[in-house]
Structures are given as structure tokens and as C-alpha cells.
Design a protein around this ligand. Structure first.
Ligand code: F6P
Length: 341
């Protein structure tokens, strides 16, 4: 079998572990050939690829990023690929394509699969918001980085009797904010799923100070936004999922709290630090399992599917179940977190 693999969309710790796992399983167990396309679907359309062997994937398990490079592709070029999938497959001698990516990439994979191309997807995103899988690799690493940041911010906040507002990634879903906020012991968490009222945060901070705790840390997802009429803000853009995108929430919230409380507040935006660097052990293991199952799926002819974690088992689910609806934080998860603020 000739397997093509590519990584597309925003990068994520664990991508290299999947590439390594696919290559090992395919070459040593099945005697397959593996080629890696460079820079996502762009490499596929532009003929940029290289063969992958055991040496080319050696030493990459613990490396962040992706050895293949990644990119986002305009929809029109994807339709071009779907229309020409037969030529693409026969041009490269491909029996299957394994695209590793987030919602956008899996939507593209579905399009190609529906056009008839043999595709097995592998989900990735630090945001953990892909439906039909309990977890995506990259999420554990992002939560670990954000938790360490909260731990560190607490000591400087206490020295200066400040409120620190930590903005973490999560455009549409607040999984990173929820879990890093819980693990780091944040005193308030703001998620895209539940519009917040700054008055509640002010009350929480005042109550802490009255108890003699002279600092507070609030963890806010980048996609969080205030409830209507609770804070002056310009409305953001409505994205493809019907969610409002509101840039710079961390800085705006810190300014708002400072003004309302007369206490110093500082915003800290973690940004791409959460996506870079070495994957955690958990992410390396999940990514390796996904790679193994993707190759097995290809050999079974289970095309149009993606690997998914269900409980502790890795399963295959139709790509159609994984895209268009994001997995968001349910209200009961937020209630668990709130009980320890
Ligand atoms: O999808 C993952 C994600 O990390 C989002 O949380 C974030 O908004 C986005 O990627 C940032 O993407 P870019 O690298 O294009 O700035």
C-alpha cells in the first residue's frame, strides 16, 4: 500500500508522534510505503512530498511542531482537489491519504472522502473541541503549560496584591480555560460557552480581599465574552459556527476590573506558547495510538473515517460525525470548577 500523510491547520504537540507511528506501523508491519506531503494540502496540490522511512522519523517523538510543515488552504483549492482526486491518487500512486488536523482539515478530509478519495483522518487540536472523540492530543500539553503559567502568576500577583487575568486559547470552546483554571486553582474562569458578568468577578475578588487573600487569578478563554449589557464592548465578528469572535478579551477584562475595583490588574496572553514545545507523555501516547489505528483502518478499507478516543479505547468514527458541530464545555463541568473558586 502507498500511504500519503500530511499535517494541516494550526500545529499541535503530538503531530510528529503520529507521523512516526504511521511510518513505523506501515513500514515494519505491513511493508507499505509512506510519503509525507509538505505544508498540508498545499504540498499535495503542488507536488511537494518526500518519502518517509524509519530514519526520517527517528528522534521526533518528543519534538513539538511538525516535521512536514503545516498550512491552511482556501476552500476553492480544496474543491479543486476533490474534483481531481483520481488524478491526484494515481499521480502519486496513493492508496490512502491520512490527513492529520483539526476541524477545518477534517472537513476537507470529509469533502475528499465524499468525492471518492480513500481518506482516513486523524484529529488534532489543543482546543479539544472536535466532536466524536473524547480527547485530542495537544490538549494535555496546552493545559499543562497554562497550569504552570497560573502557578507562576499567583506568586507575582501575591507580591503585588494584583489581579492577574490569564487569557488562554480556545476560540469556540473553553476546555483549556476550564481545565487549566481548575488545575491551577484560578479564582474565576470565563468560557465562550457561558457569557460572564464582570460584576460577579469583582464580587469574588472583593470577597477574597476581605478574607485577607490579597490577590486573584482569573483564567479567560480567548473566545469568552461578557453577557449583553454588562460591560461596554464592540460586538465581534460572527464566525462559521455562529459564534461571536471578540478579540483582546484578556486585556479588556483586566482594564475593566481595574477601573471597577481600584486595584491593579494585569493581563497575560499565553497565545502560541501553549502550542509550542514538547508534548506531554499523555499526548505522545494518544498520538502514537491514533497513528497505529489510522494505518489499520487503511488496511481494512475503512475510508471516510477518523480515529477517535472513546473512553480508553481508540475507535473509528465517520468523518461526518466529527465535523460541523463542535464539542463545547457542558454546564455541569463549569459547576464542578466553580465549587472550588
Ligand atoms: O485551533 C487552535 C488554536 O490554537 C485556537 O485556539 C487559536 O485561536 C488558533 O488556533 C490560533 O491560530 P493561528 O495560529 O492561526 O493564530
Amino acid at each position: 500500500m502507498r500511504i500519503g500523510v500530511l499535517t494541516a491547520g494550526g500545529d499541535c504537540p503530538g503531530l510528529n508522534a503520529v507521523i512516526r507511528s504511521v511510518t513505523h506501523r506501515a513500514l515494519t508491519y505491513h511493508g507499505d510505503e509512506v510519503i509525507g506531503f509538505e505544508d498540508g494540502f498545499k504540498g499535495l496540490l503542488e507536488g511537494r512530498y518526500r518519502p518517509l522511512d524509519l530514519n526520517s522519523v527517528s528522534g521526533i517523538l518528543a519534538r513539538g511542531g511538525t516535521i512536514l510543515g503545516s498550512s491552511r488552504l482556501e476552500r476553492a483549492r480544496l474543491h479543486e482537489a476533490a474534483d481531481n482526486w483520481r488524478t491526484i491518487c494515481s499521480g502519486y500512486g496513493l492508496d490512502v491519504l491520512i490527513p492529520i488536523g483539526g476541524e477545518g482539515t477534517l472537513t476537507a478530509a470529509r469533502l475528499l472522502a465524499e468525492a471518492g478519495m480513500p481518506v482516513v483522518g486523524v484529529p488534532k487540536t489543543i482546543d479539544n473541541d472536535i466532536s466524536a472523540t473524547d480527547r485530542t492530543f495537544g490538549f494535555d500539553t496546552a493545559v499543562t503549560v497554562a497550569t504552570e503559567a497560573i502557578d507562576r502568576l499567583k506568586t507575582t500577583a501575591e507580591s503585588h496584591q494584583r489581579v492577574m487575568v490569564v487569557e488562554v486559547m480556545g476560540r469556540h470552546a473553553g476546555w483549556i480555560a476550564l481545565e487549566s483554571g481548575m488545575a491551577g486553582g484560578a479564582h474565576g474562569i470565563c468560557l465562550p460557552e457561558r457569557p460572564f458578568d464582570p460584576a460577579d468577578l469583582v464580587a469574588m475578588v472583593e470577597e477574597r480581599f476581605a478574607r485577607g487573600k490579597k490577590f486573584a487569578v482569573i483564567c479567560v478563554a480567548e473566545g469568552a465574552h461578557p453577557a449583553e449589557g454588562t460591560m461596554p464592548y464592540a460586538h465581534g465578528e460572527i464566525d462559521a459556527y455562529g459564534h461571536e469572535r471578540f478579540a483582546g478579551i484578556g486585556a479588556r477584562l483586566a482594564a475593566e476590573l481595574e477601573q471597577r475595583m481600584g486595584k491593579e490588574a494585569r493581563p497575560v496572553i499565553l497565545g502560541h506558547v501553549q502550542r509550542g514545545g514538547v508534548p506531554t507523555a499523555y499526548d505522545r501516547v494518544l498520538a502514537t495510538r491514533f497513528g497505529w489505528h489510522a494505518v489499520e483502518a487503511a488496511h481494512k478499507g475503512a475510508f471516510g473515517c477518523m480515529t477517535a478516543l472513546r473512553g480508553t479505547a481508540v475507535d473509528l468514527v465517520p468523518l461526518a460525525d466529527a465535523v460541523m458541530v463542535l464539542k463545547r464545555v457542558p454546564e455541569d463541568r463549569m459547576q464542578e470548577a466553580e465549587s472550588v473558586f
